[in-house]
Ligand binder design. Structure first.
Ligand code: PRP
Ligand code: MN
Ligand code: MG
Length: 182
């Protein structure tokens, strides 16, 4: 644990604040979907795993939990324009309400591609909940329906978010020391 946290510059959002904010998001989402059709909650691997788990624990209406994995070609710290579906849904979403669960909106490319793809399949609605939003980095105009925290343009890890696949297991959102990625 010490060796792991040694690479963290500072804690941006601690565990308690995450839990509290996610409960608030869940209650807004419960309210929104209470009179609607079947809800399919779709987590985007791998970044959304912690958020997906914490959020869905607080969803009090019938729903199914599904996962998709997408990858963007190209650079490692930045997503490229092309988004490829690596693992698709294994369920039909025609006439269903779909809620996409993401850890972070950065350029917006991932969510834009996913939203388009799911809308084409005849979903009744496709909504987005993102734990973090980095508006300064946006290249494609996309707005989430629910956002946990707006954050500055810093390299964040933890609570699902990685750098080179590491640090996802941290229970908080932290800023990575520059020396780690420079
Ligand atoms: C990260 C993050 C979002 C996406 C955001 O995922 O988890 O899914 O990039 O970037 P964008 O708004 O610029 O598209 P990544 O592709 O690194 O995969 P991971 O979730 O497995 O870490
Ligand atoms: Mn991701
Ligand atoms: Mg990543």
């Amino acid at each position: 644990r010490e060796e792991l946290e040694e690479k963290i510059e500072k804690v941006l959002i601690d565990e308690e604040s995450l839990t509290k904010r996610i409960k608030q998001l869940a209650s807004q989402i419960n309210e929104y979907y209470k009179d609607k059709n079947e809800l399919v909650i779709v987590g985007i691997l791998k970044g959304s795993i912690m958020f997906m788990a914490e959020l869905s624990k607080n969803i009090n209406i019938n729903c199914t939990l599904e996962f998709m994995d997408v990858s963007s070609y190209g650079a490692s710290t930045e997503s490229s324009g092309n988004v490829k579906i690596m693992k698709d849904l294994d369920t039909d979403i025609t006439n269903k309400e779909v809620l996409l669960v993401e850890d972070i909106i950065d350029t917006g490319r991932t969510l834009e591609a996913l939203r388009r793809s799911l809308e084409k399949r005849g979903a009744n609605s496709v909504k987005i909940v993102a734990l973090l939003d980095k508006p300064e980095r946006r290249l494609i105009e996309i707005k989430a329906d629910w956002v946990g925290f707006k954050i500055p343009n810093e390299f964040v890890v933890g609570f699902g978010l990685d750098y080179n696949q590491l640090y996802r297991n941290l229970p908080f959102i932290g800023v990575l020391k520059r020396e780690v990625y420079e």
